[in-house]
Design a protein around this ligand. Structure first.
Ligand SMILES: NC(=O)c1ccc[n+]([C@@H]2O[C@H](COP(=O)([O-])OP(=O)(O)OC[C@H]3O[C@@H](n4cnc5c(N)ncnc54)[C@H](O)[C@@H]3O)[C@@H](O)[C@H]2O)c1
Length: 296
């Protein structure tokens, strides 16, 4: 059996963000190995033998537009992996980088996506509980322009039913999950049988780890690491994943191996969020993640 061939990436045009580091770097290396023509973008320098590497701040519309102008006319797979941690003071930047830019990039690439293309996004366990906001964000999910997303933010930034004031990061990841759930049945996606999924990683050792720790510890990295352990790992005496343990599953999800899978937000977390689900069943109405965040 041609094992590499079953991924279906040989000679295909693949667009990926965040390739300078962490999970995306691992995914990018695998895509190159599988024979894809990789068009990679990051804020920082990408030191991988991709077809084209581009430096851009995806939190800025003009950078995104300039980058998209360099991409090929046909795109077979899109992997959206860039992201930052977020504290309450920078909600607009967090939502813009982690979600609005993703929605905008996919909308701009829609005409170039081939039949049976795939869109795969890195969300997070931090997006757990996304179903609660889904009915309230339909207007945002219909947006296709950068400006509509910014207007939506101004209108909704103080609406705590949607935007968690303690965790703009969590809100940004909930929005990704809502987006995946919504777009899998969007006529534009259906017309060309385009699949869309996300992976939702648990805590993973990357360049973001220290940011997460400091955020969760009010600036104290060690205390934050303990808080994070309490929320994500204490129930299974767990440990952080390595970047490859996210990058590789992401590539599989976007590959032909998963050709009949769409609309899924897949938790890659050793069962952490499932344990929150079972807890929620035992205690209806309690979201353990929200409870853990508001206790801090
Ligand atoms: N590390 C974790 O524990 C964890 C857990 C769940 C989800 N995630 C998500 O995984 C994804 C990958 O992160 P990672 O953990 O590999 O971290 P990372 O910092 O190693 O990789 C993120 C990459 O995104 C790039 N990036 C950030 N902001 C950008 C911008 N404005 N424009 C262009 N590029 C930008 C960075 O330069 C970096 O190369 C992110 O979306 C993150 O939210 C991480």
């Amino acid at each position: 059996m041609d094992v590499k061939g079953i991924f279906g990436f040989k000679g295909k045009n693949v667009v990926i963000s965040g390739s300078a580091s962490g999970m995306s770097k691992e995914a990018t290396e695998l895509l190159i190995e599988l024979g894809a023509n990789v068009y990679a973008v990051d804020l920082n320098e990408i030191k991988l033998p991709v077809k084209a590497a581009y430096r851009a701040n995806l939190g800025k519309k003009e950078d995104v537009d300039a980058w998209i102008d360099t991409l090929p006319d046909t795109v077979d797979a899109v992997f959206m992996c860039h992201g930052i941690n977020g504290n309450p003071g920078i909600a607009n930047a967090v939502l813009t980088i982690n979600f609005f830019s993703v929605q905008y990039i996919v909308a701009r690439l829609m005409d170039r996506l081939s039949e049976r293309a795939s869109v795969s996004i890195i969300s997070s366990c931090g997006g757990y509980g996304w179903q609660a906001i889904y009915p309230h964000v339909q207007d945002l999910l219909a947006a296709t322009t950068w400006e509509e997303c910014q207007e939506w933010f101004e209108k909704n930034k103080d609406n705590t039913a949607i935007c968690n004031p303690n965790s703009p990061y969590g809100t940004s990841k909930q929005l990704i999950n809502c987006y995946v759930a919504n777009k899998c049945m969007d006529p534009q996606f259906i017309a060309k049988r385009i699949r869309i999924n996300s992976i939702c990683p648990g805590m993973t050792n990357t360049a973001l780890t220290d940011d997460f720790n400091r955020g969760a510890g009010g600036g104290d990295s060690k205390a934050g690491a303990q808080n994070i352990f309490q929320i994500f790992q204490s129930m299974w005496n767990g440990y952080n994943a390595e970047a490859r343990e996210m990058g590789y599953p992401l590539v599989v999800v976007g590959s032909q191996i998963c050709s009949y899978m769409s609309g899924q937000n897949i938790y890659v977390d050793m069962g952490c969020c499932t344990s929150w689900d079972t807890g929620a069943i035992l205690n209806p109405g309690v979201n353990p993640l929200e409870a853990a965040i508001s206790e801090k």
